[in-house]
Design a protein around this ligand. Sequence first.
Ligand SMILES: NC(=O)c1ccc[n+]([C@@H]2O[C@H](COP(=O)([O-])OP(=O)(O)OC[C@H]3O[C@@H](n4cnc5c(N)ncnc54)[C@H](OP(=O)(O)O)[C@@H]3O)[C@@H](O)[C@H]2O)c1
Length: 289
Amino acid sequence: MKQILVTGAHGQLGSEFQSLAARFTDYHFQFTDIDTLDLSRPQNLEKFLKNRQFDIILNCAAYTAVDKAEDDRDLASALNADVPAVLADYCETNDALLIHFSTDYVFDGRDYRPYREDDRPNPVSFYGKTKLDGENAILFSLRRSVIIRTSWLYSSYGNNFVKTILRLGQEKQEIRVVSDQLGSPTCAADLAGAVIHLLPVFLSFQDHQIYHYSNEGVCSWYDFAMAVAEAASLPVSILPVSSGEFPTRATRPFYSVLDKSRIKALGIAIPYWRHSLLKTLDLILRKDS
Ligand SMILES: NC(=O)c1ccc[n+]([C@@H]2O[C@H](COP(=O)([O-])OP(=O)(O)OC[C@H]3O[C@@H](n4cnc5c(N)ncnc54)[C@H](OP(=O)(O)O)[C@@H]3O)[C@@H](O)[C@H]2O)c1
């Protein structure tokens, strides 16, 4: 039976893997999070991995607070760059497969066409830079890995844009949301399902593969917020504003749509973002009631 380590098990993506795990009995999963394995000191990870044998590592742990990362640089780098480097060393020594998650924010978003895996990254935020450093650490020290870049992740677990709109939509009469940043939302349950489905294919790889995964379709954050508000019948006005009117600590790409042709060529069907949003909203609203 293949042994799988999942880091960041209490995050959005990690939680989705936890909820899927019981159905995939060919694999034995071990889940860790900050309470069982604090990754802020990569030495903790080295100690944890010593004398343990994993066939696959799904690295869902990350520092994902994009604005805070601008100031909390050491911790963001430790989690997003140093941890992947330690995992890569382990996988190289133990012939394990590292599946690592990265972000659309490795791109600068100036091209206004969907980004392919071989497009040149040029992050415009410190978070994006640390995620790119993590990718490069893996490519540098390991022969075999799968890096999956995703975008605008949300889930019924954890904190995310969808839950923020649901909360603000109840608290406020009016909210302002940027309408000039375009991307594709990703339902974390869809991503986790696709990864589990593709594990046998990924295990057959003998080199590095980078893939892009998001839901189908393109929208602005404003469109995304409107879709949440309409589906949940929120009593709130949502106003479209430009990024200039809504300054944030970190700069974000204006266009970060990912081209998914490569991962689709492996034979997976990707749901349209509005369909997955409705399913997830249903779950969130049922959990809350
Ligand atoms: N969220 C997005 O919109 C987005 C977009 C594109 C790409 N991604 C990438 O997708 C992946 C999954 O993202 P996500 O949204 O699932 O992230 P998330 O919900 O923020 O989860 C990250 C996980 O890392 C854990 N973690 C943080 N600090 C830790 C530490 N010191 N030691 C051990 N664990 C620690 C968190 O634990 P706690 O919950 O206890 O803090 C959490 O379980 C990440 O690689 C992220 O960069 C995310």
